[in-house]
Design a protein around this ligand. Structure first.
Ligand code: UT7
Length: 328
C-alpha cells in the first residue's frame, strides 16, 4: 500500500536576510556564499516555532479539504521546539482544534520529514486515515551569528502535509551513524555534559567555543562527505526496494543543505540536475522543513500530478539519513 498527499501547506516568516546582510556582520561575501552553497536569501522568524507550525498546518488541512477533526494523528518534526516539553505536535493539535488526533514529535534533524512520512505510512496501514505532518524550524534561535561557517547557511520555515492511504507503493531506506554525532550538534542551554569531548577529543580544538550551550556547531567538511554518500545510498536503496532505478523517478525533492551536495548526488546517480527540485537560493537550509516546503511549492505549481514517481531524501545531525520513493 502507498500513501497519498491530500494537502500541503507552508509558512515563511516575513523577514528576508540576504548574503549582503551577512557581509555586514561577519567576514563573508555574496560571491563566497553563492559559489560554495547556492544560497542567496533566507527567511528569519521573529515568531516562535509553534506559530509557524500552526500556520503551515492550517493551510495543509484546508487544502486537503478536511476539517481538523478529521485528523487522527499529528507528527511534528523539529530541532527547535519552543519547549522541552510538551511536544510541538500537541501545541499544534490544540491550536488547530484537532480534537481526535494523537500527537507527538520526531527528532531526526534534517532527515525528519522522511522519517515522519515513513511513520505516517505505517500508521495508515494500521487503521489511521489522515496523518498531518508538520515540520517547523526556527534555526535562527540556535544559530551563532559570530560564526561565518554556519550562520549564513540556515533559515526559518514550516512545511506541512496531510497524507492518507494511496494506491501505489511506498518504499524507504532510513539509517543512522551516531559515531558522527560530534560533527553537527547543539547543546541544550545549561547542559555541560561533555559527550562531545569524549567522542572526539580533537573536536574541542576544532570548536574552541564548544562549551557554549544552545548554539549549533558543525564540521562542514565531515558532514558534506557524509551527505553526498547518504543521498545516493538512500535514494538508490529505496528505488531498489521498489523495483525501479533512480532514472525512473520523475521528480526528486532533496534536503537543501548545499547546492553542491545536490549536484554531486545527481552526478553519482547519473541523473540530470533538473530532476531535483531546488529552492535553496531563496530559503537556505531550513532543516526538516526543506522537503515539505518544496513539496508545497510543487503543489502550488501544479506539478504533483497523479502517477508521478517521487523520491525524497534527507540527511543531517545524528548523523541520520532517510530516502523514500512513492507514486503520487
Ligand atoms: O543540514 C545539515 C547538513 N549540513 C550540511 O550538509 C552542510 C555540509 N557542509 C557544507 O555544505 C560545506 O562544508 C560548507 C558550506 C559548510 C562549507 O563549505 P566548504 O567548501 O566545505 O568550506 P570549508 O569549510 O572547507 O572552508 C573553506 C574556507 C575556510 O577558510 P580557510 O581555512 O581555507 O582560510 C573557511 O574559513 O572558507 C572559509 N569560510 C568562509 N569564507 C567566507 C567558511 N565559511 C565562510 C563564509 N564566507 N561564510
Amino acid at each position: 500500500m502507498g500513501l497519498k498527499i491530500l494537502g500541503t501547506g507552508y509558512y515563511l516568516p516575513e523577514k528576508v536576510v540576504t548574503n549582503a546582510d551577512f557581509a555586514k556582520i561577519v567576514e563573508t561575501s555574496d560571491e563566497w556564499i553563492v559559489k560554495r552553497t547556492g544560497m542567496k536569501e533566507r527567511h528569519i522568524a521573529s515568531e516562535p516555532t509553534h506559530v509557524m507550525a500552526e500556520k503551515a498546518a492550517r493551510m495543509a488541512v484546508e487544502r486537503a479539504g478536511l476539517s481538523p477533526l478529521d485528523i487522527d494523528l499529528i507528527l511534528c518534526t523539529t530541532v527547535t521546539s519552543d519547549y522541552i516539553t510538551p511536544a510541538l505536535a500537541c501545541i499544534v493539535q490544540g491550536a488547530i482544534g484537532a480534537k481526535n488526533a494523537a500527537a507527538f514529535d520526531i527528532n531526526a534533524a534534517c532527515a525528519a520529514f522522511v522519517y515522519a512520512l515513513d511513520m505516517a505510512n505505517m500508521y495508515l496501514q494500521h487503521g489511521y486515515h489522515h496523518v498531518l505532518i508538520v515540520s517547523a524550524e526556527g534555526l535562527s534561535k540556535i544559530t551563532d551569528y559570530t560564526d561565518r561557517s554556519t550562520c549564513v547557511l540556515f533559515g526559518d520555515a514550516a512545511g506541512a502535509c496531510v497524507v492518507g492511504k494511496g494506491e501505489g507503493d511506498f518504499q524507504s531506506v532510513l539509517g543512522s551513524d551516531g559515531t558522527g554525532a560530534h560533527t553537527l550538534f547543539a547543546r541544550r542551554p545549561l547542559n555541560d555534559i561533555p559527550f562531545v569531548e569524549q567522542a572526539d577529543p580533537q573536536s574541542v580544538d576544532h570548536f574552541p567555543d564548544v562549551n557554549r550551550p544552545g548554539v549549533l556547531y558543525m564540521d562542514g567538511r565531515e558532514v558534506y562527505k557524509f551527505a553526498v554518500n547518504a543521498m545516493s545510498t538512500a535514494l538508490k536503496g529505496a528505488c531498489e526496494k521498489d523495483g525501479i532505478t533512480p532514472a525512473d523517478l520523475d521528480l526528486i525533492i532533496p534536503h537543501q543543505a548545499n547546492l553542491r551536495i545536490i549536484q554531486s548526488a545527481a552526478k553519482e546517480l547519473g541523473l540530470p540536475l533538473e530532476r531535483f527540485y531546488v529552492n535553496i537560493d531563496r530559503y537556505g537550509n531550513t532543516s526538516s522543513a526543506c522537503i515539505p516546503v518544496a513539496l508545497a511549492e510543487l503543489d502550488e505549481q501544479g506539478r504533483l500530478t497523479p502517477g508521478k514517481k517521487v523520491g525524497m531524501v534527507g540527511f543531517g545531525a545524528g548523523l541520520v539519513y532517510g530516502g523514500c520513493v512513492f507514486t503520487l
